[in-house]
Design a protein around this ligand. Structure first.
Ligand code: SAM
Length: 229
């Protein structure tokens, strides 16, 4: 038995918290009880099982701790997740969008094998082995319109990859959440300069940056943006 008191997050759908406001811990309700994805703690509270959500392992958790002004989550979201890796963040998103669907694109075969192994019991994840530079190549695996594109890809052309996928899949007024790693774009330039440059690329393509969060505290040289089409 655990003595952690878990409560619903006051703002973000299907996100749970414990602890005082200055030291919040995040959780998602486990869609596959008993199943861990990356060694996270499982906690049972009032008959429900929760998975602790580590902001040092998941940039989406880090962003939530930075308090975005709107609730961008819901249980029915249809998501395109670029850079799914072995399943850490996508598994929490899967807990959250339990009536929705997430198409998870990953190009490294080893990570894809781990992703499939780690998420095989999650019926709302569709793993896609593909290169996010070529969105049209996985069109035959994406069966719905997309409300949310989440991208966490360490590549020099991060903004361009996001734009290509959003033009192809994201519905009007849909949301893009984009993690930008300055080091992958240019390791010599100051990160702030690179962030400005990437934001300009998005704005030039007609996207509106609604919010920007510096998450250096959790992930070195990263910001994360909430962008609207
Ligand atoms: C930082 S990791 C993602 C971590 C993951 N989002 C999480 O929080 O659990 C970046 C991933 O993007 C993948 N990746 C990089 N370039 C890619 C591309 N062009 N298409 C698809 N996946 C790519 C890498 O193989 C790697 O697994």
């Amino acid at each position: 038995m655990s003595n952690v008191n878990i409560r619903t997050h006051p703002k973000y759908s299907n996100v749970y918290i414990s602890g005082p406001p200055h030291n919040l811990k995040l959780y998602s309700k486990n869609l596959v009880p008993g199943n861990k994805v990356y060694g996270e703690k499982l906690i049972t509270f009032k008959g429900e099982e929760y998975r602790e959500w580590d902001p040092y392992r998941s940039k989406l958790a880090a962003m939530i701790l930075e308090k975005p002004s709107v609730d961008f989550l819901s249980n029915e979201l249809k998501c395109l997740y670029l850079g799914a890796s072995s399943g850490t963040t996508i598994s929490h998103l899967s807990d959250i969008v339990y009536n929705g669907i997430i198409y998870g694109v990953e190009f490294a075969e080893r990570s894809m094998r781990q992703l499939i192994q780690n998420t095989k019991n999650r019926k709302n994840i569709v793993p896609i082995l593909g290169d996010a530079n070529f969105p049209e190549k996985y069109a035959n695996s994406v069966f719905t319109n997309i409300d949310l594109v989440y991208q966490d890809i360490a590549q020099p052309n991060q903004a361009q990859i996001a734009i290509a996928n959003c033009s192809y899949y994201l519905k009007d007024k849909g949301t893009l959440i984009l993690a930008i790693k300055s080091q992958s774009i240019d390791s010599v330039q100051k990160p702030e300069k690179i962030y400005i440059q990437e934001k300009k690329i998005l704005e030039k393509a007609g996207y509106k940056i609604s919010e920007s969060f510096n998450i250096h505290k959790y992930a070195a040289n990263h910001i994360i943006l909430i962008v609207h089409k």
